[in-house]
Design a protein. Sequence first.
Length: 167
Amino acid sequence: MVPEAVLVQGDDFFRTASDPNRSEIEIAGLYDLRRLASQVLIPHSEGREPAYQSYSWEADSLGDWVREPSGSPLIVDGVYSTHVALRDFYDLRVWVTSPHEIRLSRGLERDGETAKSKWVDVWMPAEDRYIAEQAPHDHAHLVLDGSGAIVDQMGEAMFTVKGGSLF
């Protein structure tokens, strides 16, 4: 963990069902990457305070405003965070790989069995298209194997390094 770092979750930028730009076909079409850029990445890159509305999964609406301190290291977590439209905002891009079965298992562990059809029919196929078309692993500074990540007693994960442009 990076001390004093700000963690922004990509899931906070999920598009509401009523968003006219929402698309299950377009790469990252379920996420509002323009909002991520305008509310977080651009302000951070200019030394300003990032402020964004988080997505409420329960209400399918934009929820509370989150304000983050300026000048702190920024970590953006999420599959589409290294989309070609956002890549240049980052000093370090990390990609974590994991087989389909493990991705599904972890998703269902987090979201419950009732979300299985979303994972199998929508989210994972969309992620697979993104990986095939934009190859985020080829643009990562560090590629980690997340399939056998070990979590220690402190709750910190340890990964096997697979590659990246640092090597």
